[in-house]
Every structure is written in structure tokens, then in C-alpha cells.
Write a protein that binds this ligand. Structure first.
Ligand SMILES: [Zn+2]
Ligand SMILES: [Zn+2]
Length: 199
């Protein structure tokens, strides 16, 4: 041996101490990396890469991992997603004018920006009703349906002019006039094959 007696024992103890220290450091780095990477990603491949990096290169590998690891923990990402969903929900909850998309109050009868009609007051209780509602949700009164009437007018105006007295009163005529050409085209399409089948 190069060392002998007491000196040799001391060197051996020092070496054992050093190895134990490095081993503890190695295991600690591995445990820390495992906990960190599991909190940051659920992707098994990324987790394995991070652990292999630290197992092989230890502290330098840990430094590389710190540089390359995902920025947010899964909890951060989840929080941010909840925040975004809450914001989106808030935006969707706000009543907007269907024509100009600007914010309007829920009880507005007409849009103050573009004059679009937003709803009709209930004949029974006077609350504002959206045009697509078939009855008043506040007093359950059935209503003369402007939506159904408009649809009926739209359908009949393609063939006959029964509902013509009501037509000038409604500001939506311009938009229904653009819709009417599609109605005969849609109804004509099934009629053609039937005509072909006949003879
Ligand atoms: Zn508007
Ligand atoms: Zn009502």
C-alpha cells in the first residue's frame, strides 16, 4: 500500500465520507428533480428525460434541467385556465346587441348604438322580453310571438303577401328580404328529384 497504518485508515475514512456525501447529494438531487418535474408535467417522456439527466450528470444535469424545465407548474396552468374560463364566462354573460355586438343592459328594448330592436315589453307585466322567447319568464304570460310571426312572414312573402300590412312596421324587413331568395331555392331542391322520379 501507498499509505500505511493510521494514515491509511484516515484516508479510507475520508474517502468513505466523501462517497457518502456525494451519494446523499446525488439522491437528494434526484428526489428534488422527481418532485419538481412531476409537479410541472404529466408527460412521462419529459419526466424520464429529466430524471436520466440528473442520474447521469447529477448537479450539472440538475442545472441543465433548471434551464429546460417547463415554466409553469401544473397547478399554475390549471389556475390560469380557470381564470380564463371565468373571464370568458363573464364576457358571454354580458348582454350584447346582436347586430353591432356592443354591450347593452338586459332590460333595454332597443340598442342605443345602432337602433336595433332588442326585445318587446311584456304585455302583461311590462318586463323586457328577448325576441326568441315564447312566453314571459316573469309572469308566464303567453305572448304574440314576433319571432314566429317574422318567420311566418318570411315564409309567406316568398309565395304570397298575406302579412304585408305588418311589414313596414318592423325594422328587420331589410334583413328578411335578403333571406327570402334562399327559401325558394331550398324548397325547389327537393322538388326537382321528385319531378325526375315521376316520369
Ligand atoms: Zn346595436
Ligand atoms: Zn310578463
Amino acid at each position: 500500500m501507498f499509505f500505511d497504518g493510521l494514515t491509511g485508515d484516515l484516508v479510507l475514512v475520508a474517502i468513505i465520507g466523501l462517497v457518502a456525501y456525494l451519494l446523499v447529494l446525488w439522491v437528494a438531487a434526484l428526489v428534488w428533480t422527481y418532485r419538481d418535474v412531476v409537479a410541472r408535467t404529466s408527460d412521462t417522456f419529459t419526466q424520464t428525460i429529466a430524471l436520466v439527466l440528473v442520474v447521469v450528470f447529477n448537479i450539472p444535469g440538475l442545472l441543465v434541467y433548471l434551464v429546460l424545465r417547463p415554466k409553469d407548474t401544473l397547478m399554475d396552468a390549471y389556475d390560469r385556465q380557470l381564470e380564463a374560463e371565468a373571464l370568458l364566462h363573464e364576457i358571454q354573460e354580458q348582454a350584447t346587441c346582436p347586430r353591432c355586438r356592443r354591450k347593452v343592459e338586459a332590460d333595454f328594448v332597443a340598442c342605443p348604438y345602432c337602433r336595433n330592436s332588442l326585445g318587446m315589453p311584456c304585455e302583461n307585466c311590462g318586463k323586457t322580453l328577448t325576441s326568441s322567447w315564447v312566453l314571459c319568464p316573469y309572469c308566464s304570460a303567453e305572448r304574440a310571438q314576433p319571432a314566429a310571426a317574422a318567420a311566418a312572414v318570411e315564409r309567406s312573402s316568398a309565395t304570397t303577401t298575406i302579412a304585408s300590412p305588418e311589414m313596414p312596421a318592423r325594422p328587420k324587413r331589410a334583413s328578411t328580404a335578403t333571406y327570402t331568395p334562399t327559401a325558394p331555392a331550398a324548397s325547389a331542391a327537393p322538388a326537382d328529384p321528385a319531378a325526375e322520379v315521376g316520369p
